[in-house]
Design a protein around this ligand. Sequence first.
Ligand SMILES: Nc1ncnc2c1ncn2[C@@H]1O[C@H](COP(=O)(O)OP(=O)(O)O)[C@@H](O)[C@H]1O
Ligand SMILES: O=C(OP(=O)(O)O)[C@H](O)COP(=O)(O)O
Length: 450
Amino acid sequence: MGLLEPRRRPGRAPALGPADHRAAGDPAARRTTTRRADPTHRRTHMSTDAPTDRRAPIRTLEDLAVDGKRVFVRVDFNVPLDGDGAITDDTRIQAALPTLRRLLDEGAALILAAHLGRPKGVDPALSLAPVAARLGELLGRGVALSPEVVGAESTRLAAALEPGQVLMLENVRFEPGETKNDPDLARAYAALSDGIFVNDAFGAAHRAHASTEGVAHHVEQAAAGLLLQGEVETLEGILADPGRPLVAIVGGAKVTDKIGVIDAFLERADTILIGGAMCFPFFKAQGHEVGSSLCEEAGVEPAARALRDAELKGCRLLLPIDLSLGREFSATTEQRDLDGVDTPDGWMGLDIGPKTAAAYREEILGAGSVFWNGPMGAFELEPFAPGTRTVAEAVAETEATTVVGGGDSAAALQQFGLGDQVTHLSTGGGASLELIEGKALPGVEVLRQA
Ligand SMILES: Nc1ncnc2c1ncn2[C@@H]1O[C@H](COP(=O)(O)OP(=O)(O)O)[C@@H](O)[C@H]1O
Ligand SMILES: O=C(OP(=O)(O)O)[C@H](O)COP(=O)(O)O
């Protein structure tokens, strides 16, 4: 995703859907094992190797005393802007409101820190001014913006704060020490507060930066905000104790970026549904023709290994059985359906076909829990949106617990007007994937109780 592009909810007895019957009798379904999803099935290793089992709990707002205190709050307000610098999607600002309102209601004054884009030094186009203005509207109170990140002016403005007031610092990435996790900068952040740090920036929790990780070492109290806490609990929950069957849908463009996620789900999921350009390295590994489809060469070997691992681990890894083809990556390109997956020369697969979409829909409707990351095709091109739309509608419709891991799948859900019909729509793309992979997120680890 581009820097300023959009960032982008009980289980039922899972009946075997028609897709199971069709696929079980149909070698073209390319499932690598024939084991059926069994709702009573719990892998024994589930309880032993969930990535977070051994970690201490995270400190939360319950652990803080903020009345009459100035609190340094890190939020992820990395929102998309249009060419005129106007915010086109304020989801991330809205998502932080419960934390901010609660701290204000408890008598705190807030010093907010956030990044926008990836500036190299000060860049007026990436000022947080429009964000401060929008936050002020949403909170119904003024939000002052310091013209700098740290320095005499920020110190003066922070010192003058009364309970209930909000000060936003300029884009923390205007300071070169931010992304280097410079301890002096981290100390300067802490000094603006009364020794209290709240991290609610889940989308940036995979970054060990001065305002996400470093500052926590220089305050007396550090805790997770409600958003970060909810994100971590939900994502860890779907790994540790998912409703069965657990169906993971992995799409998008690059296997190499998401092989860690596929590996994590090979250990835990009952079924993995592969879509998007992600399927072509799998097809290549199986000896199929991919035509001029986007097929990441470096993904072929990991895909072959994932196919072998799926057999070994008894995870159903399903690949498309039909495709929607175009001549080129364009909304106006010549289009045809392919019943099968051997893509002819001069054509590229730009979406899963209707049979695949219908089969994936049945898997999702029969799931106890669903995790989705990555679109099923080039959904931003209307002719190639139907596969992603069918999956999005099934994710919205299923009674399963549904977790969508940010990024383009979250954008797709919003595009189809279904963003509010899932159990959990993550505000973090990279952060949610790293957490699912079992990686430690620095911005979360630093909040664990000693
Ligand atoms: N078959 C395909 N061919 C080309 N591009 C595709 C195809 N399927 C999906 N894509 C592209 O993949 C991109 C999203 O991939 P990715 O960044 O991996 O997803 P996410 O942001 O959800 O992690 C979209 O821009 C979409 O156009
Ligand atoms: O938008 C973000 O990440 P995401 O695109 O992975 O959801 C976060 O604000 C982190 O931004 P960064 O990837 O510039 O550190």
